[in-house]
Design a protein around this ligand. Structure first.
Ligand code: PA5
Length: 448
């Protein structure tokens, strides 16, 4: 197995005795996913736990078939979705391929993500990119009613109909939504779009290994069998209630110990820019799962060494409320050797003959020690390389750690009641029927 939790830099912050002291508590949180499931908050959203093996095999085959069709008939795939309905797919594509996937893709369509903001500028740009190209749309919304993707889908559906006519347009729209209900499901059934399911017992931020993530990921030419295999092996590896030897539980326990010691901010860090969107996925997973009841570790992120030249000063010497979880890879996707230069005007000959990945690893080691000296605990997650298999394991590891950590914190890790507040206000301010009273109150507050 690929993933290793390395705690060697934590010794000054979290002792083995600290971990043993929360052993029972950790086991009880872990058991909320199994034995004590019945009493666990959010237990109707535990479907992701067995998803790597217990998924709809027929649908999986349809996903591959749809991906092949999109690859053969489209220059561009527009993926419309927000939050859990887009972050996982984008993160996986950038992790396995590149953050410059759209510039480097060969033989697979460019993939643009729309409907994840309300910015007209961003949407206009994607519209103009697609206009003169053959394109398909994968609209993803579990509820089928989220405003941001609905606005974008209305526009792209019209574009497809204008370009290809009703019948061909319907063949270029793939909808991933609830099995039975919601506006998107009704529309898809009426128009005859091919549909894929977000299972009832899998929440948005836990849905990357369902059709939500798998269809766009497969369109990018990524091997989704290997991705699922990595997750399935992780499922076996982390199904173990000896919580001291189960790294998901250790990570969850360490996070809670650090939180109780005043470390309320976790920065996920990678030295690979292709990890940027995984950081975003992590922030949603942990932020939406834990940030409630006025509790929770605030998830932040950085890409080093880039951000050592922006956030590095703060991390080293600012408020001492941070800890870092650093994801490192044994092997880079490719490497460059720094050559000797006869003049050595830049003074770099001392690293001539060394690879950039070697230099990057020294930046990592130097930084871990410096940040630890600066009272910033460092947890290290070691992976072999940035491929499908390692990603499958990492996704499962983080999902399970998040669930255990959330239960240790004493929250329901599977709801997100707070997300509704902005939506209600926005609907009221936009004049949506049914929100008249709230609209009056908000108007008064805004006019003060
Ligand atoms: O994790 C979640 O449930 C949310 O982030 C949702 O994924 C997000 O709000 C999008 O919802 P939907 O898929 O219903 O459009």
């Amino acid at each position: 197995m690929a993933l290793k939790l390395n705690c060697k830099y934590l010794a000054d912050f979290v002792s083995e005795d600290d971990i043993k002291a929360v052993e029972d508590e950790t086991r009880s949180a872990y058991n909320k996913l199994y034995g004590d499931k019945a009493s666990a908050a959010g237990n109707d959203f535990h479907g992701w736990l067995t998803l790597p093996v217990d998924y709809d095999k027929d649908e999986f085959a349809r996903i591959k078939k749809a991906a092949s069709k999109i690859i053969s008939d489209s220059d561009v795939l527009v993926v419309i979705g927000i939050g859990g309905s887009y972050l996982g797919a984008r993160a996986a594509i950038e992790f396995c391929k590149s953050k410059n996937y759209n510039l480097t893709a060969k033989g697979t369509p460019q993939i643009f993500f729309a409907g994840n903001s309300l910015s007209p500028t961003e949407l206009s740009e994607i519209i103009s990119i697609c206009k003169d190209k053959d394109f398909s749309v994968n609209v993803i919304s579990k509820s089928g009613t989220t405003t941001e993707p609905a606005v974008a889908f209305r526009i792209f559906r019209k574009m497809l109909v204008e370009k290809y006519g009703e019948k061909e347009a319907a063949k270029r729209i793939y909808a991933t939504t609830d099995r039975a209900k919601g506006t998107l499901k009704e529309l898809s059934d009426r128009e005859g779009y091919e549909t894929f399911v977000v299972p009832d017992d899998v929440g948005g931020r836990y849905s990357v290994l369902t059709a939500v993530g798998l269809l766009p990921i497969a369109v990018a030419g990524i091997d989704i069998d290997r991705l699922m295999l990595g997750a399935a092996d992780a499922m076996k590896k982390y199904e173990n209630d000896d919580v001291l030897s189960n790294d998901c539980c250790r990570y969850a326990a360490i996070r809670n110990i650090l939180y109780r010691k005043g470390k309320a901010f976790e920065m996920m860090v990678s030295y690979e820019p292709d990890y940027t969107m995984m950081n975003e996925w992590f922030k949603q997973l942990f932020g939406e799962s834990e940030g409630k009841d006025h509790k929770g570790i605030f998830p932040a992120s950085a890409i080093y060494s880039t951000d050592l030249h922006s956030l590095g000063q703060y991390v080293q010497q600012g408020e001492r409320k941070l800890f870092e979880t650093v994801v490192v890879f044994d092997k880079p996707k490719c490497d460059i050797t720094i050559e000797e230069d006869a003049e050595n005007l830049d003074g770099l000959n001392f690293i001539a003959g060394k690879t950039m990945s070697y230099v990057n690893s020294k930046a990592f080691q130097g930084t871990v020690l410096a940040h630890s000296d600066g009272d910033v605990p460092n947890i290290i997650l070691e992976l072999e390389t940035m491929d499908e298999y390692n990603l499958g394991e990492l996704i499962y590891f983080l999902e399970k750690s998040c669930a255990v950590s959330g239960y240790m914190l004493g929250v329901n890790p599977f709801n997100q009641p707070g997300v509704e507040s902005y939506k209600k206000n926005m609907f009221a301010l936009l004049g949506k029927p049914g929100y008249e009273e709230l609209a009056g109150t908000l108007a008064e507050r805004l006019s003060k």
